[in-house]
Write a protein that binds this ligand. Structure first.
Ligand code: LLP
Length: 464
């Protein structure tokens, strides 16, 4: 299993055992298309270009660190998901991976819906012009204020996560005189991460209503009793993140259809929709082999069709919620090297002008990334480096083990690919660091879609 995909928590050993590293890449200047956005290549002067714009121009115009997002890559992945699932399914982009008004516009234009899990994400989806009926609201502890805003806006679905929420959503819907469309989030007893999945005993978590202990079936009873205020449109399941093995989705699909069938038997109601969540993995390094949207589309459609036929159910409308697989591969983070510290016999620490405030995933999940020189090529031999940030914490690591050319020097630009998902959206102001901008590039034109935060922005929150 690639370590990039392992969300098991931080590793504390500073020096990895002998032989743990993979061999250095043959060509340190190469850009593996697996991990780079579709419009990225090296220009004649060796600098990275994205959609025809040189990384060094981006750094000059917008500063570093910066997230650089290839709009064509994002749109192409949206289309691949739409095509993989076809007209009888809905693709909800998971806004938690990264959301901005521009992204919402692209999603709306490409025919995707959006799933939001907070009032802030809901506000962004609405401000970006997503029609409310194409928005789903998630969350295990939505506030009454969030539920109220969603109902008032007319969102297409609220995914119910607890018994208490059934009463809350019903009360808000009643007050507003609407019949709110809802799904029930079912904890199907499958947990999947990376290449592995486990199909027992993973109901021990905060999300959803358990299948095994009857909570999900009881929730369906209660929602159906609120029939005047709530319209139960279907069941929802999300089994994990960064998944490469489709077997977990298949077990989940089977179990969700099993509950559809039990609900039909008990209530005589065939729920018209099922949502199988997000979680499809992407390549963070060349060792990762993600599955393509059409593979997951085909596999899920087949399983659902087969299970429904066996249960004598009509085919429900299917939906999925990819986040990382749409926005992750299309962006890279551009940094400037500030200091280089060789440690004889160990490694060289290369410090960049960002760090755990713009990418917490390495520290939090032991995620693996790669890095390349972005402002030039180099013929220098490979050097084992650790790319670290500028924060006051020794765990402030961006890339734990990176092979970089041995002549990397202060002033060089470094680019870390596959940072589109869960980097800007999980960014922090640690050490009072303003968060980097997001620059969208398309057809030779770069535009900040999220501007860089400033120290004034931060001081404005400080009331003295
Ligand atoms: N739907 C639901 C209900 C979810 O909870 C999630 C992710 C998704 C869809 C989208 O999953 P995706 O396709 O993006 O994997 N911060 C972590 C990931 C947390 C994911 C939480 N839920 C990371 O950086 O890896």
């Amino acid at each position: 299993m690639s370590r990039s995909a392992h969300p098991a928590g931080p590793r504390h050993a500073d020096v990895l055992p002998e032989g743990h590293y993979s061999a250095p890449p043959v060509d340190l200047n190469a850009l593996d298309p697996k991990v780079w956005a579709k419009s990225v290549s090296r220009g004649e002067d060796g600098a990275i270009t994205v959609a025809g714009v040189r990384a060094s121009e981006l750094a000059e115009a917008h500063g570093t660190p910066a997230y650089v997002l290839d709009e064509a890559d994002f749109r192409a992945r949206c289309r691949a998901w739409r095509e993989a699932f076809g007209a009888d399914a809905d693709v909800f982009y998971a806004g938690k991976a990264f959301l901005s008004r521009a992204v919402v516009r692209w999603l709306a234009e490409e025919g995707l819906n959006v799933d939001v899990c907070s009032g802030g994400e809901l506000a962004t989806a609405l401000a970006g012009g997503m029609p409310p009926e194409r928005i789903a609201l998630h969350g295990n502890n939505k506030s009454v204020a969030e539920i109220t805003r969603a109902v008032e806006a007319g969102v297409g679905r609220i995914v119910i996560d607890s018994f208490q929420e059934i009463e809350r959503v019903a009360a808000v819907a009643r007050r507003h005189g609407v019949r709110q469309r809802v799904q029930i989030r079912v904890t199907v007893g499958v947990e999947a991460h990376t290449h592995e999945f486990i199909a027992t005993a993973h109901e021990d978590q905060k999300f959803g209503l358990g299948l095994a202990d009857g909570s999900a079936a009881e929730a369906a009873r209660r929602v159906l009793r609120h029939g005047e205020d709530l319209e139960l449109i279907g069941l929802h399941s999300h089994i994990g993140s960064q998944i490469f093995d489709l077997a977990g989705f298949e077990v989940s699909a089977r179990r969700v259809v099993g509950l559809l069938s039990a609900i039909r038997d008990e209530h005589g109601v065939e729920l018209p929709e099922i949502d199988l969540g997000g979680g499809l993995g992407i390549a963070y390094t060349s060792d990762d082999d993600p599955r393509e949207p059409h593979e997951i589309g085909k596999s899920l459609a087949e399983i659902v069709a087969k299970e429904c036929e066996a249960a004598g159910l009509g085919l429900p409308r299917l939906s999925v919620e990819p986040g990382r697989a749409i926005v992750g591969p299309g962006a890279f983070t551009l940094y400037e090297v500030g200091t280089v510290k060789p440690l004889s016999g160990l490694r060289t620490y290369v410090s960049v002008d960002g760090g755990m405030s713009d990418n917490i995933r390495t520290a939090l999940y032991d995620a693996e990334y790669t890095a390349v020189l972005a402002s030039r090529t180099s013929a220098a031999p490979p050097m084992l480096a650790r790319v670290v940030g500028k924060h006051c914490e020794s765990g402030d690591i961006v890339v734990r083990d990176a092979y970089l050319p041995a002549d990397v020097a202060p002033g060089d630009l470094l680019a870390v690919p596959a940072t589109g998902a869960y980097c800007r959206s999980m960014a922090s102001n640690y050490n009072h660091t303003p968060r980097p901008p997001v620059i969208a590039v398309a057809d030779g034109v770069a535009r900040e879609i999220v501007r860089r935060e400033t120290e004034e922005d931060l001081l404005r929150l400080d009331l003295g």
